[in-house]
Design a protein around this ligand. Structure first.
Ligand code: FUB
Length: 607
C-alpha cells in the first residue's frame, strides 16, 4: 500500500447519512448483498467460526478519509452468510494506552475459551508500527490490552496468527518484509526471536519494475492449513493490489508461489483476504470501494463462496454484488435484532441503552432488507421494540422488494426519548412461505425513531416445540425408540447449547417431542431442524408419527438431507397434517435413512 497518495478520492462525504442516502437511489446496489455492511465503511476482513456462527472482524474507515484514518475495529456475525448482526466496536485505539493511531488490519484467534485479537497500531513513544494483542472471553468483546505493551515491534504491520495441529502457534506479519515468531501457549508471549521469511521469487512470485521489492508479496498475510498443506494468501504488488497465494509443506516454508486468488478489481487500491470454511463450504472475504463514496480509504468488506480445486489449489475468485448464497433460512418467529441486516439503506447502528445495539438515524424511505425469512404457514402479527424522541412514524413490512407487497404496517408513537423503549404490535396477513423481508420506514422529516428488535407471531401460535433451541438442556425432548439424550455445549448451531443423541439402535431412533395437543386437523405445518452427524454421513429427515383410531401413520415433515460431521444441515419442509377419527398420539422425531450414527440437533421449530 505504498502508493496510496496517488489514488484520487473523488468524493469526500460529510456523514454516513449522506452516504447511505446515495445508496437508496441505486437500484443495482439495492438488490445486492455485497458489500456485507452498508452502515459504515469497513476494511481488512478477519473471519472466524465459533459455535456455529461466523464472526467477522473488520477495521473501520472513517467517512471522508484521505488516508487510512482508522480508530476502532468492528465485529459482525452471521449464521447464514447473508444476514449479518452488528455487534458494534469490540476494541479501539484507547484499548491500548501506548498507541497513538492507525487501528489497521488485525486477526482474532480463539484458544482455551478466550479470544485473542492481534492488531497493528502505532506506538506513541517510538512513532513506529507495532503489533498489540487484545484478549476477551467473548467473540464480541470487549477486548482489553493483554500485556500493556507491544507484543512485537519492528515498524511493520498486518498480523495473522495460525495454530498448528501440534498446538504450536505462529504469528506472521509484515510489509515490506514477512516475519514470523513462535507464540507461547498463553498466546501473549513468544519464544525465540522474530525470523524473516525469505522473499524469493520462487516463493512469492516476480514483481517487475521495483528493484527494492523483487517479489509480489506486499502485505496482509493470511496463513492457514488445509489437508496438510500450509497456505499464505496475501495482498500482492502495489498499487493497486491483487490477492495472490503461496503454499508450503510446513508452517515456516519453504513457500511456493501458486498464483492469483483475486485479480485487481473494485475501486480500492488495497485488498485484504480472510479465508474460512463454514458449514461445509469455503468462503473468501476481501474489501473493495463498492459503496457510494467508496474508494481507497473508504472501503467495504465483501464475501464470496468458493470451492478448492481437487488438487487443493484455489480458483480465481472475482468480486460480485450478489455475494455468497444463504445457508438455510432466517426464523422470523424468534427475536431478531434490528441490526441483523442483509442490506440497508439510510440507517445507522448505535449502542442501545437497554443493551446490545439498535438501528437509528432512520429517515423517511430508509429500509432494512432481511434475506430468506421463513414464514411457513403464515404470520399473524409483528412486534417491534421502538423508541422515538420525535413523533415516530411507521414500519411497513414488505415482501421481496422495497416496493413489494405490504403484509403489515406498524405505527411507532412518540416515546419521549431515543432510548425510551416501548413495544408495538400490528396485524400481518399473507406472509407465508420464504421471502426476503423489507422493513421500510416512513414518516415526516428528520429522524423518525429507533428499532432495537422485532419478531413475528405465527398463525399456529408460534413454535409448537418446547425448548426447540435446546438452550434449556433436554427439557421437552424425549427419544423415539432407543438412545440417550445429552445437552451439548461444544458444538452448537446457535446460542450456547445443542441436543445430542447417542446409543441409537435403529435408524428410526431419534430425538422426539409429543405434539398431540398442538395439532389442528388439515393444517399445513412448516418444520425446520438443524442437524449434524457426530459420525458418518447419514441421510436424515424429520417425521411425524400420527396415531388416530388405533392406527399409526407417518407424515414426512421434511425431505431427507445428508448430514456431515463438518457442519450443520437444515432439515426443512412444509407438509399437510390430517387424520381420521380421534387423534391419540402425535410424535415429531428426527431419524436417519440407515445406520445409528450419533446426532446433534438444534434450533428446531414446527409452526
Ligand atoms: O487498513 C489499513 C491497511 O490497508 C491494512 O493494514 C493493509 O492490509 C491495507 O488493507
Amino acid at each position: 500500500m505504498t502508493g496510496e497518495t496517488s489514488v484520487p478520492i473523488t468524493r469526500i462525504l460529510a456523514s454516513a447519512v449522506t452516504v447511505l442516502c446515495a445508496i437508496a437511489i441505486s437500484p443495482v446496489a439495492a438488490r445486492a448483498d455485497n458489500p456485507i455492511v452498508q452502515t459504515v465503511y469497513t476494511a481488512d476482513p478477519a473471519p472466524i467460526v465459533h459455535n456455529g456462527r461466523v464472526y467477522l472482524y473488520t477495521g473501520h474507515d472513517e467517512d471522508g478519509s484521505t488516508y487510512f484514518t482508522m480508530r476502532e475495529w468492528r465485529v459482525y456475525s452471521s449464521a447464514d452468510m447473508v444476514n449479518w448482526t452488528d455487534h458494534g466496536s469490540p476494541m479501539n485505539l484507547a484499548t491500548f494506552s501506548w498507541a497513538s493511531a492507525d487501528a489497521w488490519a488485525g486477526q482474532v484467534v480463539s484458544r482455551n475459551g478466550r479470544f485473542y485479537y492481534y492488531v497493528p497500531i502505532k506506538n506513541r513513544s517510538t512513532g513506529r508500527m507495532a503489533i498489540g494483542v487484545g484478549v476477551s472471553d467473548s467473540p464480541t468483546g470487549p477486548f482489553r490490552d493483554a500485556i500493556g505493551r507491544p507484543l512485537v515491534e519492528n515498524g511493520e504491520i498486518d498480523p495473522t496468527v495460525f495454530i498448528d495441529d501440534d498446538g504450536q502457534a505462529y504469528l506472521y506479519w509484515g510489509n515490506p518484509n514477512l516475519w514470523y515468531v513462535r507464540l507461547n501457549a498463553d498466546m501473549t508471549s513468544f519464544s525465540g526471536s522474530a525470523t524473516q521469511i525469505p522473499l524469493t521469487t520462487a516463493g512469492f512470485g516476480t514483481r517487475s519494475g521495483n528493484a527494492s521489492r523483487p517479489t509480489l508479496y506486499e502485505e496482509g498475510p493470511w496463513v492457514y492449513k488445509r489437508n496438510g498443506t500450509y497456505y499464505n494468501v496475501f495482498a500482492a504488488e502495489c498499487c493497486s493490489e491483487f490477492i495472490g497465494y503461496s503454499t508450503a509443506p510446513g508452517p515456516t516454508g519453504p513457500w511456493t508461489y501458486r498464483g492469483t486468488v483475486m485479480p485487481r478489481q473494485g475501486s480500492s487500491f488495497t485488498n485484504h483476504a480472510g479465508v474460512i470454511d463454514f458449514n461445509g463450504n469455503s468462503y473468501f472475504f476481501y474489501h473493495n470501494g463498492a459503496l457510494p463514496g467508496g474508494g481507497g480509504y473508504t472501503r467495504s468488506v465483501a464475501v464470496e463462496r468458493f470451492a478448492y480445486n481437487a488438487n487443493g489449489t484455489i480458483p480465481t475468485i472475482t468480486m460480485t454484488t450478489a455475494g455468497a448464497p444463504q445457508v438455510g433460512t432466517l426464523d422470523p418467529y424468534i427475536r431478531q435484532e434490528a441490526e441483523t441486516i442483509a442490506w440497508s439503506s439510510g440507517v445507522e447502528t448505535e449502542a442501545a441503552g437497554e443493551g446490545g445495539m439498535n438501528v437509528g438515524f432512520i429517515e423517511n424511505g430508509d429500509y432494512i432488507k432481511v434475506k430468506g425469512a421463513a414464514f411457513g404457514a403464515g404470520a399473524t402479527s409483528f412486534t417491534a421494540r421502538v423508541a422515538s424522541a420525535t413523533s415516530g412514524g411507521r414500519i411497513e413490512l414488505r415482501l421481496d422488494g422495497v416496493s413489494g407487497t405490504v403484509v403489515g404496517t406498524c405505527t411507532v408513537p412518540a416515546t419521549g426519548g431515543w432510548q425510551t423503549w416501548t413495544t408495538v404490535t400490528c396485524p400481518v396477513s399473507a406472509a407465508t412461505g420464504t421471502h426476503d423481508l423489507y422493513l421500510r420506514f416512513t414518516g415526516g422529516s428528520g429522524n423518525l425513531f429507533n428499532v432495537n428488535w422485532w419478531q413475528f407471531a405465527g398463525g399456529g401460535g408460534g413454535n409448537l416445540l418446547t425448548n426447540g433451541d435446546a438452550e434449556s438442556g433436554t427439557t421437552g425432548w424425549g427419544v423415539f425408540g432407543s438412545g440417550t439424550l445429552s445437552s451439548e455445549t461444544g458444538t452448537v448451531h446457535g446460542g450456547s447449547r445443542s441436543l445430542g443423541i447417542s446409543g441409537r439402535t435403529a435408524s428410526w431412533n431419534g430425538p422426539s417431542q409429543n405434539v398431540t395437543s398442538q395439532l389442528t386437523n388439515g393444517r399445513s405445518y412448516t418444520t425446520s431442524v438443524w442437524a449434524r452427524a457426530q459420525s458418518g454421513t447419514p441421510s436424515a429427515k424429520v417425521t411425524l408419527a400420527l396415531t388416530a383410531n388405533g392406527t399409526t401413520g407417518y407424515v414426512q415433515l421434511t425431505p431427507a438431507a445428508t448430514l456431515s460431521t463438518g457442519g450443520w444441515t437444515q432439515l426443512t419442509g412444509t407438509a399437510s397434517v390430517s387424520w381420521s377419527g380421534t387423534l391419540t398420539g402425535a410424535t415429531l422425531y428426527v431419524e436417519t435413512a440407515a445406520g445409528t450414527d450419533a446426532l446433534l440437533v438444534d434450533d428446531a421449530s414446527m409452526r
